[in-house]
Design a protein around this ligand. Sequence first.
Ligand code: PLP
Length: 378
Amino acid sequence: MIYLDNAATSFPKPPQVIRAVAGAMEKIGANPGRAGHRMSLAAGRVVWHCREEIAQLLDVPNPEDIVFGFNCTDSLNLAIRGCVRPGDHVITTMLEHNSVLRPINGMVNRGLITWSLLAPGEGGVVTAEQVERAIRPETRLIVINHASNVIGLAQPVKEIGAVARKHGIIFLLDAAQSLGVLPVHPLDIGADMVAFPGHKGLLGPFGTGGLYIRPGLELVPFREGGTGSSSESMLQPSELPEAYESGTLNLVGIAGLMVGTRIVRARREEIQAREKELSDRLWNELQDINGICTLTTRAPDVGVVSFNVTGYSSGEVATKLDRANIAVRGGLHCAPAIHTHLGTLDRGAARASVGHASTDADVDALISEVKRIARESM
Ligand SMILES: Cc1ncc(COP(=O)(O)O)c(C=O)c1O
């Protein structure tokens, strides 16, 4: 199978990640941070080293500012629900994934908050000026998708971060498609929180993800319970990371994530350059095929290329490619607003997303199969 669905989750995982998962299961499968015996301490060290790896990748000084969750959705929910209060206004964009749109719109629908949903301009970008114009006295949060999982374009997050800082508004960055590929440095960007999955660009296992939280920013936890600390109290501790990490952690997942992040830290620039080269070529070659329409007017910034074939739905295209042993994703990619904006809500798009292990041959095979499908549709 030629796997071009890395925007959903990265595959294959590096063998070192698989070994780390199996090793944790086999040798140190105790509950991290819950007991004083050697196995529990060893498990706790794995969790700590993973925090350190991620803190280094994000270029933040304190690993305790990284909180583990179960995927990017989990982290986005903690960030959004944790800081928004009734009466607040939230600014976000039509580029967002449902993991941002649904928690916010759910609160809007219940009459608790208001929101501004900004549309990207011609170049697929929401500008800092647009964000600044949308600010109201009650604006509490700005949420921006660093790189879109549908059109693959990066947003001017540093400029938006400067606007958020100038107005004292909390800035949450969704780095689901960027972490591990683009540089994501919250201190430089001016992001107060960065939500990320562990199973995409960090090459970790399913069930992993996390949230960077700027020191001093207090969230209301939506999951409370045992933390292995301050157990005499029936109130949730306020110290990070325990404040937001109740219950037994996904130790085996975190063991794999630690190794995946280490690999990515060593290879990030190379991965970025390689994914850019492959997706540039794919995007460019698609422009020359009759009957193919890409969703963007320029090549993407991350390895995501979405397109449609005249005469077929995106689901049909994905099924035809699957029959040719090529895995891409059709449909809306959990991002309905950008499809509404682009006029593709009815058919979605076929999305090919390259990853750390993608090759020229993978892209060649896709292009040749897409040419065949396009000819057949004529
Ligand atoms: C931009 C974006 N945000 C959030 C998510 C949610 O990530 P997860 O599947 O880890 O919850 C995704 C997943 O595709 C995404 O692309």
